[in-house]
Design a protein around this ligand. Structure first.
Ligand SMILES: *Cc1c(COP(=O)(O)O)cnc(C)c1O
Length: 424
């Protein structure tokens, strides 16, 4: 099946007489005829459901659909993108271990790694995604357990060289984890370029309608944990908290990573997505291919308009030929990147703030990547406590506006920006 067909058909296949639309199984628990039947589930001897904190049929249908879209072997939903990032790393790295991560990852992920997971005893080295080979090589340590990067960095829009980082990770016997939130599998499938595990904040384009917060992890099934068994004892030696099961032995490379994340992390941390949200997410996924196409064509037109405007000092959109990452974006995302653009309003902080007040169609929101065009001026909102100098040091210039182009008619979006710029 082609990807547009998978958006509709993958994950849930109704049998004779069953509901056409994926059903919501809004139930915390599941009934069994005998306690022996249920015992088999607890021992992971049979597959089935007993309690929604671990697994739920609706969530599994949706996870299977996203795994199919990414070209992976198994997937799991989480309550948020943050939970997905956390589980993906914590499933293979613990106290005393080390992780190499791109320095331009989403701020929430950076904080999770650099503050909270450091407190758990995990060490991180952050590397510039465009660093030299020597710098990348020097980032690895004997206790490194994985490499983490973002296809399209939120909000810097840096295109990550997935192949290069996959080769470096594999040379050190560890997997590459890619947060593919902004590109979505419609525009980029990191597994095809060597990534081993893919994560998502499904809150963004996948849900796409501002309706539900969620996350997802997909495993490619390609990383050979057994070949590097000494590095990954959690997958290759018996789990005493689960009746001595060895995940790679029992579930193979295709299922070991996700089964361990479900059986241990979901069991203990409980960041499950509610079946109702998974149902809403599925509705978003059905139209994902159509929406991404529109987000990208709208954003390109808006970016071209901004680039031509005298009232704008700079535009950052990897779909523009003038962009530093244009060539790399063509390699990884030939059909388009995403709908997010950043640009500078001439006149700095004051001018940008007045531009924001003049907008009528674009909604002021901290959110990005959904059907509604929304916009944020960090210097007058999220970053308002910082001086101009502090802003520049944190990589957010005072004139920077982040625009997430929606799927409205592009003429209305451009007309709105045009009148708002002219009225400054
Ligand atoms: C929003 C976002 C996250 C965090 O996701 P939540 O669903 O808000 O927890 C992670 N990565 C990227 C790239 C994001 O944009």
């Amino acid at each position: 099946m082609k990807i547009e067909t998978k958006c509709i058909q993958a994950g849930y296949v109704p049998k004779n007489g069953e509901s056409r639309l994926m059903p919501i199984v809004q139930s915390t628990t599941f009934k069994y005829d005998t306690s022996e039947d249920m015992g088999k589930l607890f021992d992971l001897e049979a597959s089935g459901y007993f309690y929604t904190r671990l697994q739920n049929p609706t969530n599994d249908y949706v996870a299977a659909k996203i795994a199919a879209l990414e070209g992976g072997t198994a997937g799991m939903l989480t309550s948020s993108g943050q939970a997905a990032s956390f589980y993906s790393v914590f499933n293979i790295a613990g106290c005393g271990d080390h992780v190499v991560a791109s320095s331009t990852i989403y701020g929430g992920t950076f904080n999770l790694f650099n503050v909270t997971m450091r407190r758990m005893g995990i060490d991180f080295t952050f590397v510039d995604p465009d660093c030299s080979d020597e710098e990348l090589e020097a980032a690895f340590k004997p206790n490194t357990k994985c490499v983490f990067g973002e296809t399209l960095a939120n909000p810097a829009l840096i295109v990550f060289d997935i192949e290069r980082f996959a080769n470096a990770a594999h040379a050190h016997g560890v997997p590459l984890i890619i947060d593919n939130t902004f590109a979505t599998p419609i525009n980029c499938r990191p597994i095809e370029f060597g990534a081993d595990i893919v994560t998502h904040s499904t809150t963004k384009y996948m849900d796409g309608h501002d309706a539900s917060v969620g996350g997802c992890i997909v495993d490619s099934g390609k990383f050979d944990w057994n070949k590097h068994a000494d590095k990954f004892p959690g997958l290759t030696t018996p789990d005493e908290s689960y009746h001595g099961i060895t995940y790679t032995e029992k579930f193979g490379l295709a299922g070991a990573f996700i089964t361990k994340a479900t059986a241990q992390l979901m069991r203990d941390f409980g960041s499950i997505q509610s079946p109702m949200n998974a149902y809403l997410l599925n509705l978003g996924l059905e139209s994902l291919a159509v929406r991404m196409d529109r987000h990208c064509s709208n954003a390109l037109k808006v970016a071209e308009y901004l680039e031509a405007s005298d009232l704008v000092s700079w535009v950052n959109y990897p779909g523009l030929k003038s962009n530093k990452y244009y060539e790399r974006a063509q390699k990884y995302m030939p059909n388009g990147t995403c709908g997010v653009i950043s640009f500078g309003v001439k006149g700095g902080r004051e001018a940008a703030s007045s531009f924001m007040k003049n907008l009528k169609v674009a909604i002021i929101a901290t959110h990005v990547a959904d059907a509604h065009t929304c916009i944020l001026h960090p210097a007058s909102s999220t970053h308002r406590q910082l001086t101009d100098e502090e802003l520049i040091a944190s990589g957010v210039s005072p004139d920077l506006v982040r625009l997430s182009v929606g799927i409205e008619n592009v003429d209305d979006i451009i007309a709105d920006i045009d009148q708002a710029l002219k009225a400054i």
